[in-house]
Design a protein around this ligand. Structure first.
Ligand code: PLP
Length: 434
């Protein structure tokens, strides 16, 4: 590293200290966000260094991130993309590839998922002309069960796409087993659960494909970003092709002739010897992320275990302090799981002497940020009223979530003092109205 660069980066480190906000917490004045990034001097230095080096496109940092992240999550391949939503789009679209032969998903095929969650877990199903089949979730864990999924499997079912809700794993062993028994693809949306385990195994290692988001609210951040992971090398190639314009060539950016027969292929109806760099085996996208994003991802990844421990600490602290508070249904970890929590979910009991809106207003007035469980029952959202779908059973709990549920933050930057204030404020509200 040049002396000038070292000097600049040293100044960046000092600058980071200068711009640190005053950390004194003032209850009712300091904003307590439901989620946010935890960024330190290493993150700032990494970003500036990548900028100084003009790492503006996807390149070696992105590849390094992909291999380190794949290793960390125990999968053979990771493909960095520009968001968790893009990751979901790629994962589901990959299942429609002709490369999969008879197993590929075709328009009208059914995909089991839940209605209560984030929209872009479901959207790629619709965007690919497949039919979402919604099952309900449980209150408390906010996940569906293997039993509900099994009941929804029919002759047209081809895949299961489920997110681990707010970090809490679903019954991933059982659902993976169901998928195996019935010859279904299984996509794990792990956007909210990086670091969680079920049966002692990391979430994201059960599905054929796994997706992750690196938006600032999530367990690791790159600002914007996401990832598709798999241990299936055929699927990995499809994901890469779809991400990179649909191309057949797998050369890294700037490289040529990795296949050693760049001008020797004959594919489709193209003339023999057509440049492999410009042969397209899929109708693809460009969903790549840049080295600038990957630089931040690398410094964040080094802190994943620390972040996980803090998320668990904050959740446990809230759970212990709120235990027994009337009129509230508190969250429960799925048996045999150890979640890396994304948020702390509270459902206001149907017979409570107050409404969710009143609780939300009380918290927000005291600068405690709240969120609802994403879309609630997606079928009630304006954009989905006229979309095709099927429901198996009913969506009673998804409706309760839409009307009675909220969540507050547990993300690593929240201090114990802040968490205690959140617990005390919720308790004050709920007991004051008993
Ligand atoms: C479960 C789940 N899946 C997918 C996404 C989409 O991720 P992104 O915002 O990076 O597109 C989110 C976003 O919060 C999410 O919670």
């Amino acid at each position: 590293m040049s002396d000038r660069k070292a000097l600049l980066l040293d100044e960046v480190r000092k600058y980071h200290q200068d711009v640190q906000p005053d950390r004194a917490f003032e209850p009712g004045v300091t904003e307590i966000w439901p989620s946010g990034a935890m960024l330190d001097a290493d993150d700032r230095v990494a970003l500036v260094e990548a900028a100084l080096d003009m790492r503006i496109a996807a390149g070696s940092y992105a590849r390094t991130f992909e291999s380190r992240f794949a290793r960390k999550l125990g999968r053979r391949k990771a493909h960095l993309v520009n968001s968790g939503s893009s990751a979901n789009l790629l994962a589901v679209t990959a299942l429609t590839s002709e490369v999969l032969g008879e197993r590929r998903l075709r328009p009208g095929d059914e995909v089991i998922t839940v209605a209560a969650g984030f929209p872009t877990t479901v959207n790629p199903i619709i965007q690919n002309g497949l039919l979402p089949v919604f099952v309900d979730v449980e209150l408390g864990t906010y996940n569906t069960t293997a039993e509900r999924v099994a009941a929804a499997i029919g002759p047209k079912t081809r895949a299961i796409v489920l997110a681990h809700t707010l970090g809490n794993p679903y019954e991933a062993t059982e659902i993976a087993e169901l998928a195996r028994e019935h010859g279904l693809f299984f996509v794990e949306d792990n956007c909210d659960a990086v670091g969680s385990t079920y049966d002692g195994r990391l979430t994201g290692t059960f599905g054929d494909l796994t997706t992750v988001s690196f938006y600032p609210a999530h367990h690791l951040t790159m600002g914007e970003g996401g990832c598709v992971l798999t241990s299936n090398l055929a699927l990995a190639r499809v994901v890469e092709s779809l991400r990179d314009w649909g191309r057949d060539c797998w050369c890294a950016p700037g490289d040529s002739n990795t296949c050693l027969k760049r001008f020797k292929h004959q594919l489709g109806k193209l003339p023999a010897g057509y440049d492999h760099k410009y042969i397209y085996s899929h109708v693809g996208y460009n969903l790549k992320a840049t080295d600038l994003q990957a630089a931040l991802g690398l410094t964040q990844l080094a802190k994943l275990d620390e972040f996980t421990a803090l998320r668990r600490r904050n959740w446990r602290r809230l759970r212990e302090q709120l235990d027994g508070v009337p009129h509230l249904l508190l969250p429960e970890a799925t048996p045999r799981s150890e979640p890396s929590w994304f948020g702390f979910v509270i459902t206001v009991a149907p017979d409570a002497p107050f409404t969710r809106s009143q609780l939300v207003a009380f918290l927000e007035d005291r600068k405690i940020g709240t969120r609802q469980l994403f879309a609630g029952n997606l079928t009630r959202q304006p954009g989905y009223l006229n979309q095709p779908y099927r429901v198996v059973g009913d969506l009673t709990n998804s409706d309760i979530i839409t009307e009675q549920t909220l969540w507050v933050g547990v993300y690593p930057a929240l201090t114990e003092e802040m968490v205690d204030y959140v617990a005390a404020t919720v308790t004050e509200f709920a007991t004051g109205r008993a």
